[in-house]
Write a new protein. Structure first.
Length: 548
């Protein structure tokens, strides 16, 4: 089709449009106008007009610099069209916040993307102004337990800091570098470290090995860190998601989150003001009131009806307590697979037919759906979303932080506490720091118990990553393919590798045909699992340097 007549702009119009769009004559173009509010308003106005976007811009925006703001004021405030708030985007950095605050922010998974400071690659042993980096809550500091809290957190960081070199030395002793093979550039093959002759290969191997040992040590020692440990968080998302996040933060019982709400609101006002303006207006205040009242009411009812049930968590880390029946699961999946390629047949009729299929046909279709997967990034289709599982989890808080990142799942949790005991990595025991570790847990437990009497929400700050944490996950089979294959890779943290291996075994027991396509689950155990990954990274770095 020839679009020349549609885009027959004058030279003056082309000159104006060239400052706001990537081209003036093609039917595919990028909106480059600098103001976020105008970009979003253009997109939304676009859906309500028969004009082309560039024509709308010339007719409505060029002559009225406030058109974008006026448009959003009407659409969001007057009409309540929430979807248009997704047209404004922002990237925000939030620094020096506790792990408790970071997890509450990251609870919102839709519309926002997060990048958080790693506890695997970055040690938390440095001080700022002679103070370790952990959150000091005002309410705790004004209480009679302030000194205990400071001493507990300081002690945890002291043990963590002094144990880094010791743990690295211990790991190097049980997994010496001579036991690992590395690529020899002379023979063009892999050789044990002791057989390497090229000086560059030797240095590269040492670098990879030392990096892997350090990561392993930090993986183990993170169990000592209190939940008050400060982290940095990068957030990228749209206005609608930020608006809801602000609402939840304003409703929080934690002062840290309320303060963050004001700071975040102020910064978003600088970049996407029109998209989040309703937060503290009439409708926003009403939503905040609804959320606060609901939480208080449910809290009362919980105390009323669960007061006679004592916590009794089994030692099982993963408990599968609900799932789609095997017959329904297979019928649902096969029907969804066929439906996408059907020729007008209804899902009802397809499901009725599939129920009559012999098992051979069921198997043929399900296996064909994952037949050509060549690696874990070849995600299976949405038909696997027709099968769901409900897991009750009982893992340490550090492990929860890793699984919490997965978006396509429902996750609910309780307050972090010391009620359920803690995990001790075997390396802690064998390296000789078991007593220091247990002393640390004892001290933090004592502080938690004291704080929890009057401030259970703030008491979470004192709890170490090693403490066990109850939560549940509702997840579909498609997301399980992604989570299990990703989290069982050799370079993964040992804790979540073990948990995801257990999840795989449980769903494989009940739905063996549906898990046939999980071709990249690693059920092996590794001591220095990141070695191969770090080796590949170093090889790529060397190849890049040699090509320059």
């Amino acid at each position: 089709m020839n679009f020349n007549s549609v885009y027959d702009f004058s030279d003056r119009e082309k000159s104006v449009l060239g400052q706001h769009f990537s081209n003036t004559d093609k039917h595919v173009f990028a909106i480059t106008t600098p103001r976020q509010v105008d970009r979003g308003a253009l997109m939304s106005r676009y859906s309500r007009s028969d004009k082309t976007m560039r024509k709308i811009f010339l007719d409505e925006f060029v002559t009225n610099p406030n058109r974008g703001k006026e448009f959003y004021s009407k659409i969001l405030s007057e009409y309540g069209d929430d979807s248009v708030a997704e047209l404004g985007e922002a990237q925000i950095a939030v620094e020096w916040i506790s792990n408790i605050a970071a997890k509450k922010i990251e609870d919102q998974r839709i519309g926002l993307s997060y990048l958080e400071k790693s506890s695997r690659y970055i040690p938390f042993d440095q001080k700022v102004g002679n103070m370790y980096k952990y959150y000091r809550d005002d309410r705790i500091l004004k209480s009679k337990y302030a000194d205990q809290y400071i001493e507990s957190c300081d002690h945890a960081f002291d043990v963590y800091s002094k144990s880094i070199n010791l743990m690295q030395k211990f790991i190097a002793e049980i997994e010496p570098i001579d036991d690992f093979v590395y690529f020899d550039s002379i023979s063009k093959s892999e050789k044990p470290f002791s057989k390497l002759a090229n000086g560059q290969d030797i240095e590269s191997a040492k670098k990879v090995y030392n990096s892997t040992v350090r990561s392993k040590a930090l993986d183990i020692l993170r169990n000592l860190l209190p939940a008050a440990t400060l982290t940095n968080l990068g957030i990228s998302g749209n206005g609608r998601a930020f608006e809801y996040l602000l609402t939840k933060l304003y409703c929080s019982e934690l002062n840290e989150l309320k303060v963050l709400a004001h700071l975040l609101n102020s910064e978003l006002d600088c970049v996407i003001p029109s998209f989040i303006k309703r937060v503290n207006e009439k409708h926003g205040k009403s939503l905040q009131s609804f959320m606060i009242k609901t939480n208080k009411e449910i809290s009362k009812l919980t105390d009323k009806y669960l007061e006679n049930i004592q916590p009794d968590f089994s030692p099982v880390d993963v408990r599968l307590i609900g799932y789609t029946d095997i017959k329904d699961a297979e019928v649902n999946v096969v029907s969804a697979i066929l439906y996408e390629h059907a020729h007008g047949q209804s899902l009802h009729d397809i499901m009725k037919l599939v129920k009559s299929f012999p098992q051979e046909k069921i198997k043929e279709i399900i296996l064909a759906y994952t037949k050509f997967r060549g690696n874990r990034r070849h995600k299976p289709g949405r038909a696997f979303e027709m099968v769901e599982y409900l897991f009750e989890m009982f893992t340490n808080f550090g492990m929860f932080r890793d699984l919490h990142r997965h978006r396509i799942l429902t996750i609910e949790r309780q307050l972090l506490s010391t009620k359920h005991g803690y995990d001790i990595p075997k390396e802690i025991i064998h390296s000789g720091i078991e007593k220091d570790f247990k002393d640390c847990m004892y001290i933090s437990d004592n502080v938690y118990q004291n704080l929890a009497k009057t401030m259970p929400v703030e008491a979470q700050y004192a709890v170490n990553f090693a403490y066990k944490y109850p939560y549940f996950i509702k997840i579909n089979l498609r997301e399980l393919y992604h989570m299990i294959e990703l989290r069982t890779t050799a370079q993964g943290h040992p804790d979540y590798r073990y948990i995801c291996q257990q999840i795989y075994k449980k769903i494989n027991d009940i739905h063996p045909l549906l898990t046939k396509g999980m071709k990249f689950v690693d059920l092996n155990r590794y001591e220095l699992g990141r070695f191969e990954t770090e080796k590949r990274k170093e090889m790529k770095r060397r190849e890049l340097l040699s090509s320059k």
